[in-house]
Design a binder for this molecule. Structure first.
Ligand SMILES: *Cc1c(COP(=O)(O)O)cnc(C)c1O
Length: 232
């Protein structure tokens, strides 16, 4: 993809985010666009950053590592949005600013210990909640959520900042709405019990096909790949 095309795509998505936010009385700046660059080359990520992409997401540690080394660890905020295996946790602590896919207390404890070893004071994480119960998708059941959130308060460096979900794919984005709404309810419940400190809590939800609906349901982080970088 040319940089001109990338520029057009980014401008269009930003305009759509703004329209979706204003439509429901929210501030556009309360929605962070995370450009999901998996499978796309470092050169394209660099171009996106030059065009103002403040947040970039990858779903696999190994692929991200090469790209982050090429583009620069501090060139943008790097988000891990895919499942994290225990044996990649140290690399994840080194490479990513935010981890969206926390799915167990064991992983959280490991990340917390590794932060200590790597001299990292603070690691913002989101718990991935499995609302669609599809075999291929990870995350915890909503029934386990409050217990996990409570236990995370004991950790020194891992800091719970919000919830993430990946609903089943629907051609009609309206069908994803109940999943987004449910995640918001869960976030609100946790917030009322202080799970996010004095913050309201982030909602990482919405992709190319459904981010406008997600914003209407309260998304504060949308993860958009295809509409920015093209088909994978
Ligand atoms: C790939 C991916 C996205 C982006 O999906 P698009 O449909 O290309 O916008 C968002 N979130 C996660 C977790 C992903 O793996």
């Amino acid at each position: 993809m040319s940089k001109d095309q990338l520029s057009v795509n980014l401008a269009r998505i930003r305009a759509q985010i703004e329209a979706a936010a204003l439509k429901c009385g929210r501030l556009p700046q309360d929605v962070t666009l995370i450009a999901i660059s998996k499978t796309h080359p470092a050169s394209l990520v660099r171009a996106a950053i030059e065009l103002g992409a403040t947040d970039v997401g990858e779903n696999r540690v190994q692929e991200a590592e090469k790209k982050i080394n090429e583009v620069g660890r501090n060139a943008t905020r790097w988000h891990l949005v895919g499942h994290l295996q225990a044996n990649k946790a140290r690399r994840a602590v080194q490479l990513f600013d935010v981890i969206h896919s926390l799915d167990s207390l064991e992983l959280a404890r490991r990340l917390d210990r590794l932060c200590g070893e790597e001299g990292r004071k603070n690691l913002p994480v989101l718990i991935q909640v499995d609302l669609g119960h599809e075999e291929t998708k990870s995350g915890i059941d909503e029934g386990q959520l409050s217990e996990l959130a409570e236990r995370l308060k004991e950790l020194e460096r891992v800091q719970l900042v919000g919830l993430m979900t990946l609903p089943p794919f629907f051609d009609d984005p309206e069908q994803a709405r109940p999943f987004f709404r449910r995640l918001r309810e869960l976030r609100d419940e946790l917030a009322s019990r202080g799970a996010f400190g004095d913050r309201k809590g982030e909602l990482s939800m919405g992709m190319t096909n459904d981010f406008a609906v997600a914003i209407e349901e309260g998304a504060t982080m949308v993860r958009v790949g295809t509409a920015i970088f093209g088909q994978r």
